[in-house]
Ligand binder design. Sequence first.
Ligand SMILES: NC(=O)c1ccc[n+]([C@@H]2O[C@H](COP(=O)([O-])OP(=O)(O)OC[C@H]3O[C@@H](n4cnc5c(N)ncnc54)[C@H](O)[C@@H]3O)[C@@H](O)[C@H]2O)c1
Length: 371
Amino acid sequence: MRCGLKIIKGIYFFDALRLIQDPMLPEIHISGNPSKRLSSFFEDSHYSKVLTLVDKNALGAMLQTLEKAQLGKVMPLVINEQNKNLKFCEKLWEKFSDLKMDRKSLIILVGGGVLGDLGGFAASNFKRGVDFVNIPTTLLSMTDSTIGGKQGINFQGLKNQIGSFAHPKLILVEPKFLKALPDEEIFNGYAEILKHAAIRDREFFFDLNLSPDQILDWEPILERSIGIKVSVVEEDPKEEGLRKILNFGHTFGHAMETYFIKRNQAKSHGYCVAIGMLVESSIAHTKGILEKEELKTFSNKILRNYDLPSMDREDLFEIFGNMRHDKKNEQGKILMSFMTSIGEATFNNEISESDFWNGIEIFQDLKNFSS
Ligand SMILES: NC(=O)c1ccc[n+]([C@@H]2O[C@H](COP(=O)([O-])OP(=O)(O)OC[C@H]3O[C@@H](n4cnc5c(N)ncnc54)[C@H](O)[C@@H]3O)[C@@H](O)[C@H]2O)c1
């Protein structure tokens, strides 16, 4: 496996060198026995209080999968993208205070990317940071949001505008949770898996042939996808360079997601990323960065799994406006990460408004273009 990653019986460890440089990086366990793993975690660390925040929709699966785990007080939450905000975070901090949680407390987060982002942000800022453990329950959170130490909340209607870097103490990825996940959410997470393959591993991209709702064994796919994310994060933990390639599809994707959140018609993050990858690849093509055949092959696979949204010129104007707030922008310039060929990517590509509209022309004709 690339970049010094070691897999030991389905367990990922950051390599020894990395551990010496940054002992804070977590172990990621895939398909171990999560209850048993939690028990041994508690044998090594002593906490004054344990609070488990669980997405209410994952509660049933949690009770089955983590049957004998030490979870402390369990607090189910009704949570979604619309309440991934400061108000909800404040409610969590009030709860932590009411429960008299101190710096030696532990918060276990059992849920998707929204709970992970919000709960991780709340935990890592309460009393300057209490420890937390992530147990992701959606495909997206297993393959992407849990890995890499980014936490955040939406602010003034814009995605992830406030946030921080903080790693959980432990990440337990248990594919059994996916059995309870609706198909729509499987497609949501699959977009980030396709993205990982598209930017780093050509062979993996061509191996991803089944429709995601037909995949029964997620473990090998998760191992490869998580391996890609880990290897990129490991090389550039604070997103100063290479890590920006993980934002492929996200400049347009986040701007589109924001557009739909503002209209109370939230679309899943992964769906927006899938469409974002198509728009951004269309722009890359018009700028001579991505060849036509590569764009065709790539868009064929995306369009097999995701329908194009209907967006008129006015909608696209607003989405372009949202792109001006993207966190990767520097000195007012919109910077994008592009796939240069399937399996390779670049970052910090400046795009102008005319590049955007040229790309949109290709994007709007992709169905004909790809056939
Ligand atoms: N921090 C990062 O690096 C990073 C990376 C990518 C995405 N994100 C963030 O992740 C979020 C999206 O995460 P998500 O797609 O997991 O969304 P989500 O957390 O909203 O979960 C999707 C839906 O699945 C439900 N659910 C969760 N687990 C379930 C289970 N096991 N069974 C049945 N239903 C279940 C949830 O209640 C929700 O309705 C976005 O806010 C995005 O910005 C963060």
